[in-house]
Write a protein of this length. Structure first.
Length: 224
């Protein structure tokens, strides 16, 4: 059981399932888009492509390959002994990029697109986590790969948790509330028209003229 949970194939399968869920969400929203104009089906298609690429990368272990290539370049370039300074800068840059992306998404995404925010946040977090793993800073690796929780590496548990969250937010999609014809009719009858303020101001002016005329008649009667 432990060997199965520790395998790269399980995580690759998880990414593939998220990609399939993204395609299903795309097809579902494409059918509903004619009646619900706030939907953006293309988002789920792009999400499916992203997770399919992550599944392929996990299957081919591209992250480990990228780490080895970076180590080789550091040795050839003669800065391997000082690599941790550059790795720390890279990790900090990834963290700042993640924070900036999340902040912009929360601040700038319009209300009609906020249904996609959970999927965006999970995808950005998984990509940032993958980037930190590729950088392979010693202090970070000592936590991810040398410490265990319930007998499993923290790195694998974090990734599996992220995949589970991605699958959940892709399957769960809040439905837009459809407005019935009776509600539209009721709203139309209760919406004030442009003539309403004019009618009110006309009535006020008429009452003011009536009061002024009454006052003039009263003064004329007093003089007599």
């Amino acid at each position: 059981m432990r060997a199965w949970l520790d395998s790269d194939w399980l995580r690759a399968l998880g990414y593939a399932l998220v990609a399939a869920a993204g395609v299903a969400a795309y097809l579902r929203e494409r059918r509903r888009a004619a009646h619900e104009h706030d939907l953006w089906p293309t988002f789920w298609l792009l999400t499916a492509i992203l997770y399919l690429g992550m599944a392929i990368g996990r299957t081919a272990d591209l992250a480990d390959l990228a780490t080895k290539l970076g180590r080789h370049e550091a040795i050839v370039g003669g800065w391997y002994a000082h690599r941790r300074k550059f790795q720390a800068i890279a990790v900090g840059s990834v963290a700042l990029l993640w924070l900036a992306t999340v902040s912009i998404a929360l601040w700038r995404v319009p209300a009609r697109r906020r249904r996609y925010l959970p999927a965006v946040l999970v995808a950005v977090s998984l990509m940032g986590y993958a980037g930190i793993r590729v950088i392979s800073l010693h202090q970070v690796d000592s936590v991810l790969y040398r410490r265990h929780l319930w007998g499993y590496e923290i790195a694998k548990l974090v990734e599996l948790f992220g995949i589970a969250c991605a699958l959940a937010v892709t399957f769960w999609q809040p439905r837009s509330r459809r407005v019935s014809a009776s509600e539209i009719s009721t709203a139309a009858t209760t919406v004030p028209t442009a003539d309403a303020p004019r009618a009110t101001s006309t009535q006020v002016s008429t009452r003011q003229r009536q009061r002024a005329a009454s006052a003039r008649l009263g003064r004329a009667a007093t003089r007599e």
